[in-house]
Design a protein. Sequence first.
Lengths: 141, 404
Amino acid sequence: MAQIEDIQNEIVDEFSMFDDWMQRYEYMIDLGKSLPIIEDQYKTDDKIIKGCQSKVWVHADLKDDKIFFTADSDAIITKGIIAILVRAWSGQQPQAIINANTDFIDEIGLKEHLSPTRANGLVSMIKQLKMYAVAYQSQLN
Amino acid sequence: MFEVQKIRADFPILNREVNGKPLIYFDNAATSQKPQQVIDAIVDYYQNYNANIHRGVHALSQEATDLFEAAREKVRTFFNIPQAKQVIFTAGNTHSINAVASGAHVFVKQGQDIIVSAVEHHSNIVPWQMLCERVGAHLKVIPVLDHGELDMDAYHNLLSENTAFVVVNHVSNALGVTNPVEEIIEAAHKVNALTLIDGAQSCGHMTLDMQALDADFYTMAAHKMCGPTGIGILYGKEELLNTLPPYQGGGEMIDQVSFEETTYAGLPHKFEAGTPNIAGGIALGAAIDYLNEIGMNHIAAYEHELLEYGTNRLKEIEGVTIYGDVSNKAAVISFNIAALHPYDLGTIVDKLGVAVRTGHHCAQPVMDRFQIPGTIRASFAFYNTKEEIDILVQALQRAVNMLA
């Protein structure tokens, strides 16, 4: 598995091919289609990330000391956003996820989604993914 | 003569761009834009009259007081309120509702009913739930029919000698439907129940006559009628305002203060503790002047024209569902397109320069009723145009193509 930073750079490279927001959004919507979908048994109200106008569910499994995320959303754009995070961070060790920086979100032209007051709750998604990492890290210690 | 281009020139914000596109502002139900005349009134107050009111003997304080009280008089005339002292300035519409609900234990006894409607904004539900908890009263809900109208048969069945208060909005913020408040008030009075009408979505969009309407309390927000934020209006019948205990204690709301006993000032000061929003009140007066100059009848007629045009144009989009598609409504269209999430559509149309509201509009029970996560809400004002509606429809079509 590549390092988080390498995957993030790869995503930034892919997005840099587009010169307008519309193509970027279309690509993000496409990425949403490849998101590993959360199993129905985990798609419960307590897995919903708060702070989003749409519903986002995230589940995390630990396998061989690595975290694998599955997720879903009832909104297509939100699904694309969570898919980007999952692609960058899934399959990594908890400590690497805890340490991951999120500047790449800004670099792919989604900076507007990073504001904590935005209704889509990207900040809440990042926080929730990192919380899973913190929880699993404490199990490993 | 109603000339929309001339009116648009009064609103400086309409010149700005969003995401490189000219702003199209269709979130008027959330807050209206402000004409230059209102902005000037705020600046003029701080540049030339700023002083605390009602206490100073100096000239500046008296001039500021005169302006503030002149604004109260403008509000009185605008809504045909009998006396200026029945115009209470608050911090906003929510504050006005809370001012009544927090003291309404003098009107509501344990075991009595408070009737609300299923289309209320959270701000006209929660204060009454809190009152119910405090006094041990019961909250009863008027259901809403499939087209967004209140189930009036159910309302008449809910009413009884045990009903203490009926609280409904004049126009639903989530659907735009105008409720039959005349009938609601008359029926409530027959069983000696009091009424509070939430006018957040009606004020500034239709002619309102407090004496003809006969509501016991009526609440409004200045910022929904071209005025500034942070100032609202509470109207009440005189004897009820006299009975209602003050919401907050402090300066200006007192008659005599000693550590043994305090007696309250008369109306309206009893409900206006502390330094009021002086600039806000004066600017609200300027907003009323502005609306009067155009004429509320012209505003209502033009906004209805936009509503009809917008409704017809939106219906051209395949898969569109309009919630509250009735004839008697304000210029608010709440809709969804097929199974697309309102958040997705709202995000894309914002990128195209069109500001609409998405979500549950602070009325979750309405969304639950229609079993939807939310809607897209386009709400028009008299400075909007049919051309802007055309651009919204184009933007939605583009969004649908992207998301399909």
